[in-house]
Design a protein around this ligand. Sequence first.
Ligand code: ADP
Length: 469
Amino acid sequence: MQRHNTEGPGLEVTNPATGHLLTTVRAFHPEEIEPMIAAAQDALPGWSGRTAKDRARILRTWHDLMLENRAALAAIVTAESGKPLGESDGEVAYAAAFVEWFAEEGKRAYGETIPTFAAGKRVLTLREPVGVCAAITPWNFPLAMITRKAAPALAAGCTMLVKPAEATPLSALALADLAYQAGVPAAVLQIVPATDPAGVGRVFCQSPGIRKISFTGSTAVGKLLMAQSASTVKRVSMELGGNAPFIVFDDADIEQAVAGLLASKFRNAGQTCVCANRVLVQSRVHDSFLARLRERVASLQVGNGAEPGVAIGPLINGMAVAKVEKLVVGATASGAKVELGGGRHPAGPNFYAPTILTGVTADMEIAVSEIFGPVVPVIRFEAEEEAIRIANATPYGLAAYFYARDIGRVWRVLGGLEFGMVAINEGALSTEVAPFGGVKESGVGREGARQGLDEYLEIKYVLMGGLSA
Ligand code: ADP
């Protein structure tokens, strides 16, 4: 499947489950980026000048090729990111779904006519591609985080450079190879693996040739990219960190709430930006919820994600494990109690055992920062307003989850939560049909859905006069 030039020195890609070197990928230096931007600019008139239907056909073929190569893509994702094969398989379908969705949406990038303000004049809008775009993506969804940027960009008529995360360039390269096979010209979608993300990011932000930057990753890097982009007043889309509350009220269906928490918390070993980060459980159901949760979590199989039956793979690297370890040690030192797990897992140096902590308080570091690991910190609360207050007491505002049955409570809590996405009685909310994104320091803009295309379109207002006889 690999036709892309992946040979060369630079980026070593390892399997986080085994520590084995998979391959070495050619890394691009910051000085090599401007000529690539120039190539993307040269390709722009040709690509944006095609009909939307033509671009849709190519994107549709890309989608089909992804599904035809589903097993091969999933194996690459598991090898370099560590996530269990079943999840990687799901990610291929999820990633392809964005390509299909935007293949269709691109045909509906309608402008409008506006009732005129004066006789003899006509008022209308056109929607045009933003131009050359750049994307910087993370390792936790090495396919989907690219397609939900590249698919709307290409559908809108933009061209794009993508810098994948250092840990997962192989998925990006394989994805791009399929795009080329589908008919995407090489200069329209360029993958730029790099060992110097800061250097490449600076060129992306400061080059006047790039009109828009779309980033998914940490809030710290997002802020840096926004600041750097100010010099060229670039459009930005930012999908940044989260600190998702998962609230279980005393009228919740406990079995469903436990199942939802497992789905939300343990996907990718807890390494997603919408993972439940703080579990708030109302006093009356605290003990019954905990008992059921402990039972279910204890049965999760930890190991190499390539092996059948494994539900929890490794964390991405040793630093990630050290961070989780520090958070758990800090929490227990402040009075939290380990109900399950609580340390590294013998499967290997990058593994952490699924862990449940009780007696966590909202001010502990583990409830304040993104854990990005398989740890459930349980905070006990008494009143509805208290849960809303704790949930909102964070600079983040990406996803929130809650379980309740009383419809008055459902609407009160929904109205009170300051988050871009809220799942009620559901543990998984990502889909290409709905707008994904955050408020506060979790980001700017939305991905997926109708709104995801707008991020790659400019509005041109047209006034035509001199029409009176
Ligand atoms: P994480 O590694 O926790 O997902 P990061 O924000 O560090 O979060 O990484 C997300 C993406 O941002 C990766 O592609 C990474 O290479 C890139 N990145 C990291 N630091 C910078 C930077 N200073 N400028 C531009 N991109 C960066």
